[in-house]
Design a protein around this ligand. Structure first.
Ligand code: FAD
Length: 686
């Protein structure tokens, strides 16, 4: 075997590439290891070994995509510990190997919390676990007793599909389920109540199975909590997305230092290079935002999602701190009591930073949280009030949920304005949900807009439906985007009726000059690879976002190819009237570029004195053509509202197929199901 110089050079280059690749991982590991949040990784990955080493007597395992499953798993673990003094190990399925699960001590029960993602799939972190379950044989888990709680959305075809799949595989391997199979339905907005009902049933079951005795609930922190001296202020986290942005660390040192890989645990602080108000009337807002990814090495494909990391507005931060009598400048540290627990956010940090950047303080408050606060109430009347509310879901819905109260609102309402300074901060850290990124369907094309990602966000801001004195109900991220837009374009903020205001500069001015942490999340929403395949797109409101990306993609493709025949691209769009017609000026330009292969149908639902028209009405109007395109192999895409629109569109398509092919409703619905399985019918709904 002979090597010439070229071979040698190629081998060296390959070797370097491998080293570089490995190094990326090593670097990432190093960064992660440096993050005290990941201390647990130093231990074995064998779930049973870690459980034994840490003398745990109950196991909670979660597979969570956006953090909701994790929140419920942790809540459940906390309650088991507080009520029954169980020593619970609560873990992310991703971090452990389960090969020895069957050798769990016989009085240890496993509670699974499984979220469904995509087409009935387990979250990314659960895929290895699923693969392991699939190769098990009957009897392999004969000693395992478990409970199952799934988090899903009934507006999707594969409702709670991941939990169903996990449950089936566990059962096949001989594991025995205790109690009922809990299923939370986000589509019906009942996740919290579904959890409460399931949990009450399961706790009874566990009391019997483990001979547990209930004691008065008292919060036991999972961390050693320590207040640190103020002179540390220069080096601690002030709300940075992770430790790499802290003073002295690589990303903080150098502007535009692009040390990735950036992902959901390590977002990239991206400059916002353009913003635009898309609505023409002042009463509602929709912001187009462009993030510059150049140099970050972040890549996206047309149809992906962008995760945007928000922070809480001043008004809500202030209200929360005042309600609980917290000093925002207090520096604290959290040391996990054992290696199976990790701090929920970068520490040490200040109370102010944690409230602003790491906790979800403004969303609806759950009945369970109100119940868990009973331990801090001594006044009899207030105690009775809390007890009555925490036990009665109808009463709770009427008094708290329907008024869109957040935690501070609800508590001040219950105590008639008296502060809750007796509630320890450690309790709030472990009880209030942690801030999650919000996802947006990318509205640009990775072919035409390689370095920039566009999103189209409708601003959540509406009057409180019942108590106007509580102020408007506002979304965290979308009002932040609007605040950035108004400031960038030098509009008069005071005159803009912006309901909440943010610290746009961010921790240590990290977000100054309009930046926000983002990451790209892969989706399966993709144009057919053959450009001559016809495409039917249905996207009212901001559901049009990915279709703007699709159309820009096709234009870019045409520019780079000669003699290509594009299939028909039919877009069904819906809006109230011309004032909220998104990208009104762009569509004619796109139509000019694409000629007869592109057509936009606009359904208006609020034109005075005119019948309301919706996207599904236009689908029906074009029934014959829709059918013809489907017969020619068209791909169908639906994006936007999961509750009403996507189901109406689905029903309309069933009808169109049924009539057109002269088949039964079951048969046409089966065809659509097949289309979904083969990727010819794709939904991106929320
Ligand atoms: P949040 O703070 O998350 O609040 C959510 C809602 O609850 C708001 O309506 C808010 O007003 C309300 N609320 C706040 N506090 C309370 C309370 N105490 N009680 C009751 N209600 C309360 N959105 C888009 O605009 N464009 C897109 O392209 C888009 N694509 C998406 C793609 C995917 C895959 C997903 C999952 C979602 C997508 N969304 C999109 C929705 C988006 O992720 C956000 O949910 C949305 O922008 C609201 O975020 P927010 O932080 O402003 O509101």
């Amino acid at each position: 075997l002979k090597f010439d110089k070229l071979d040698f050079a190629v081998i060296c280059a390959l070797a370097l590439a491998v080293v570089a690749y490995l190094k990326l991982d090593v670097l990432k590991e190093l960064f992660a290891a440096d993050d005290s949040a990941l201390a647990v990784q130093s231990s074995s990955r064998d779930i049973v070994e870690v459980l034994r080493e840490n003398k745990k007597d109950y196991l909670v395992v979660y597979a969570s995509q956006t953090g909701t499953g994790e929140d419920y798993a942790k809540k459940f673990a906390k309650e088991l510990a507080a009520k029954y003094s169980l020593n619970v190990m609560c873990v992310d399925v991703e971090n452990y190997d389960f090969d020895n699960l069957n050798s769990l001590p016989k009085d240890v029960i496993v509670s699974f919390f499984v979220s469904t993602y995509g087409e009935g799939d387990l979250p990314d972190g659960g895929l290895e676990f699923e693969e392991w379950l699939q190769v098990l044989e009957e009897g392999d888990l004969g000693n395992v007793r478990y409970t199952m709680f799934g988090l899903g959305n009934s507006t999707y075809e594969f409702y709670n599909g991941a939990a169903e799949k996990t449950q089936k595989l566990l059962k096949q391997a001989g594991a025995r389920m205790l109690g009922t199979f809990g299923k939370a339905d986000d589509g019906a907005g009942t996740t919290d109540e579904d959890y409460m009902a399931w949990k009450d049933d399961i706790l009874e079951e566990l009391k019997d199975a483990l001979a547990l005795h209930e004691k008065e609930v008292s919060f036991i922190s999972s961390y050693e909590y320590k207040v640190l001296p103020q002179d540390l202020m220069g080096s601690i986290s002030l709300g940075e997305p992770n430790s790499q942005y802290l003073p002295g660390k690589t990303l903080a040192k150098k502007e535009n230092m692009q040390l990735g890989p950036f992902d959901a645990t390590h977002p990239y602080v991206a400059p916002i290079t353009s913003t635009k108000e898309l609505f023409k009337k002042k009463d509602r807002n929709c912001i187009h935002v462009e993030f510059d990814l150049s140099g970050s090495n972040l890549k996206y494909s047309t149809g992906d999602h962008l995760g945007v990391w928000p922070s809480n507005p001043d008004e809500k931060v202030e209200k929360f701190l005042t309600t609980f009598g917290l000093d925002p400048t207090t520096i604290f540290d959290l040391k996990p009591k054992d290696i199976t627990i990790k701090p929920p956010f970068p520490v040490p940090t200040t109370i102010g930073a944690a409230v602003r950047y790491y906790l979800e303080i403004s969303g609806p408050v759950s009945r369970q949280v109100i119940g868990s606060l009973l331990q801090y109430v001594t006044e009899e009347q207030l105690k009775e009030r809390l007890q009555a509310l925490s036990k009665n879901k109808e009463k709770y819905a009427k008094e708290i949920t329907s008024k869109c109260m957040d935690l501070a609102d609800a508590l001040l309402y219950l105590s008639s304005g008296k502060k809750w300074t007796q509630v320890p901060w450690e309790f709030l850290i472990e009880t209030v949900p942690h801030m999650q990124p919000r996802y947006y369907s990318i509205s640009s094309s990775s072919s035409s807009d390689k370095q920039t990602v566009h999103i189209t966000a409708v601003v959540e801001n509406y009057p409180n439906p019942e108590v106007s004195s509580l102020g408007p109900v506002t979304g965290v991220t979308t009002n932040l985007l609007r605040h950035i837009h108004l400031t960038r374009t030098k509009e008069d903020i005071a005159a803009s009726s912006l309901p909440v205001h943010y610290n746009l500069a961010g921790p240590r001015d990290l977000y100054q000059n309009y930046k926000l942490p983002v990451h790209v999340r892969r989706s399966t929403f993709r144009l057919p690879s053959n450009p001559s395949t016809p495409v039917i797109m249905v996207g009212p409101g901001t559901g049009v976002a990915p279709f703007r990306g699709f159309i820009r993609e096709r234009i870019s493709f045409l520019k780079n190819q000669e003699n290509v025949k594009l299939g028909k691209h039919l877009l069904f769009y819906g809006c109230r009237d011309d004032a909220d017609f998104l990208y009104h000026d762009e569509w004619p330009v796109y139509a000019k570029e694409l000629g007869s292969s592109f057509e936009l149908m606009v359904a208006y639902s609020r034109i005075p004195n005119k019948k309301k028209v919706y996207v599904q009405d236009h689908l029906l109007e074009r029934e014959n053509e829709v059918l013809e395109l489907i017969n020619k192999g068209a791909f169908i895409y639906v994006c936007g509202d999961a509750k009403g629109m996507s189901q109406d569109v689905h029903r309309t398509l069933i009808d169109i197929l049924r009539r057109g092919k002269n088949i039964s409703e079951e048969e046409s619905s089966e065809i659509l199901k097949q289309f979904k399985t083969t990727g010819k019918y794709q939904e991106d709904v929320w």
